[in-house]
Design a binder for this molecule. Structure first.
Ligand SMILES: [Zn+2]
Length: 184
């Protein structure tokens, strides 16, 4: 009887593997080279939420250990805080950079949540960020030029979801493309 068990387990995992790779990826995507952006055009503001493996931005996924690594982290934080250079928004919106929030427990950025603290022993680490822009005409914005590929060597693809009064859009930018356009 016990002989049958491994086969059953094997079949189950095979079935799961075929049936749900997409949903598994969507739930916990940490793919080196990939950055995810969620862009919300809402009233007078555009908020860009970014989720990136730390490796994309600094080349490692732990606290910096050397002066060179500390310098890399410092440069990266500086680049991300100057987000109006990373995200060049269609001038039709007349947008100005507002608050930037960076979260990366591995780098000691932001406040570590209980979940982050619990999962802190893993081999991978992310940097999550939100970039808020205040606009006088946010709904007029039809494109954003994204400079993440020039600012950082790691990213190869940026998957984007845009929620705006004009609708929901999904876009994918691949190096070396930079223009994220939607609407009409
Ligand atoms: Zn990783």
């Amino acid at each position: 009887m016990t002989r049958k068990l491994p086969l059953l387990v094997l079949l189950c995992t095979a079935w799961l593997g075929v049936a749900s790779p997409a949903s598994a990826q969507a739930q916990h995507a940490h793919v080196h080279g990939l950055i995810k952006l969620d862009i919300a055009v809402d009233g007078p503001s555009i908020v860009i939420a970014m989720e990136s493996p730390l490796d994309n931005l600094v080349g490692f996924e732990r606290a910096p250990r050397t002066d060179a690594e500390r310098q890399t982290v410092e440069n990266t934080v500086g680049t991300l805080r100057a987000a109006d250079k990373l995200f060049d928004i269609d001038p039709a919106g007349n947008c100005k950079l507002g608050p930037v929030n960076l979260q990366s427990p591995a780098l000691g950025l932001g406040q570590a949540s209980a979940a982050d603290a619990a999962g802190g022993g893993g081999a991978h680490a992310d940097l999550d960020a939100t970039f808020a822009f205040n606009c006088t005409n946010a709904t007029a914005v039809k494109y954003i030029d994204v400079s993440l590929f020039t600012a950082f060597k790691g990213p190869r693809q940026i998957d984007v979801q845009i929620a705006s009064p004009k609708g929901q859009f999904q876009r994918s930018l691949k190096r070396p493309n930079t223009r994220l356009a939607w609407g009409r």
